[in-house]
Design a protein around this ligand. Structure first.
Ligand code: PDD
Length: 283
């Protein structure tokens, strides 16, 4: 089955999918995106992702390219045409095509593109069983990280550094020495007494849908949760560390900046939360 993408109202072969060189996404990173996981034909956290998409669009005063219901139909049709039951949808909206000039163009029509790809739950599971390494890097991003903008250069540089150092992710550190989040994930620690800590939603981080869904699932469980920034020192001395995202789900971290966390194996709480999240995705 050949891959199909969606570009401004049309389903086209993935290899031929293109937008104009004067699309403002291309020239100014003037756009927003979402990555939505699909497990066994279910769009995980769909409403949360769409709420966040609309919020990002509103914050940047970009008109929605279509109403919510038709957008949901397009996502499903794209999955159908690609024969995908488990995978990811990438959805991007930019301010549209206009002669290059910084102010908002008057008549630009927002561009909407979507791609879908298959992913392997077994691969994610294998990674979770092993755990991953992370490094820490300075957070050099702008002050509105709550907007899911396609302007991702600092995130790209952070992830590249992680890859070069043999790590899976880079946790970014603010000027006060506190972790903000990963380059494409949210960061969590488990304190020695079992308390879960993750940074509260604010302009400092992207409010992850996986993070929000996990927090909701935790409301019915016997865990103490603290929503507050945590320091690099707390990270290095945590009982457990894990990260969350639409592509990693709940992923245990077993090494930070070369130092083993706990006994260097995924911790029991991280494993339990991963199982809780898996259960939520499958039901
Ligand atoms: N990244 N923080 C950042 C900076 C992110 O880019 C992401 C998502 C997250 C986790 O959010 P969510 O749980 O909604 O996926 C946190 C996506 C997956 C990406 O850019 O590929």
């Amino acid at each position: 089955m050949s891959r199909i993408a969606y570009v401004n109202g049309q389903y086209v072969p993935h290899q031929e999918a293109a937008v104009h060189i004067e699309d403002r996404g291309y020239q100014f990173a003037d756009g927003v995106y979402e990555v939505i996981p699909i497990v066994a034909n279910k769009l995980i956290g769909e409403e949360g992702h769409l709420d966040r998409l609309w919020r990002s669009l509103d914050e940047l005063q970009i008109d929605a390219p279509m109403k919510r219901k038709p957008l949901q139909l397009v996502m499903r049709e794209l999955l159908r045409q690609n024969g995908i039951e488990t995978g990811l949808i990438y959805l991007q909206v930019t301010r549209g095509v206009a002669p290059r000039d910084h102010p908002f163009p008057k008549d630009a029509v927002p561009s909407l593109v979507m791609t879908a790809k298959r992913t392997s739950l077994a691969k994610a599971e294998a990674k979770a069983e092993e755990g991953v390494a992370v490094i820490t890097v300075p957070d050099i991003r702008w002050a509105r990280r709550d907007i899911k903008s396609v302007s991702l250069l600092p995130n790209v540089l952070a992830k590249q550094k992680a890859v070069e150092e043999g790590a899976y992710e880079a946790f970014q550190v603010d000027d006060d020495g506190f972790i903000t989040e990963g380059s494409s994930t949210n960061a969590w620690i488990v304190l020695q007494d079992g308390t879960l800590v993750t940074r509260p939603a604010s302009n400092d981080i992207l409010s992850g849908i996986t993070r929000a869904d996990l927090l909701k699932l935790l409301e019915n469980k016997d865990f103490k949760v603290e929503l507050r920034p945590f320091s690099v020192d707390e990270l290095l001395n945590a009982r457990e560390v894990f990260l969350t995202s639409s592509s990693s789900y709940v992923q245990p971290v077993v090494q930070v900046d070369g130092k083993s966390i706990g006994n260097g194996k995924p911790g029991s709480i991280s494993n339990e939360l991963r199982a809780v999240f898996k259960d939520y995705m499958n039901n």
